[in-house]
Design a protein. Sequence first.
Length: 92
Amino acid sequence: MDTWATWTTQGIIAGSGGVMTTEGGPIMGDLTVHTAWVDGLAQVTVQHTGATEWYAMQGGPVPAADEATGRAVHQAAVEAVKAGGGAILTFP
């Protein structure tokens, strides 16, 4: 299979408690969320907006059979970051 798509949303203010990353715990503040959908998996990463380092959001990657599902995973991640509370990726 050779299918892919990406989505990026900048300027999300993480809710109290931020978002959990696999690399070392929560990050908070003004964040950018990026989702790469490749061959049926959606991987979500986050960074402080304007930074160079990306961190994988805990809970991913998640299965996403098609591009529309990959996009839905991205939107779920954006909403989770906004909610905070040490958010992890859950879908559906």
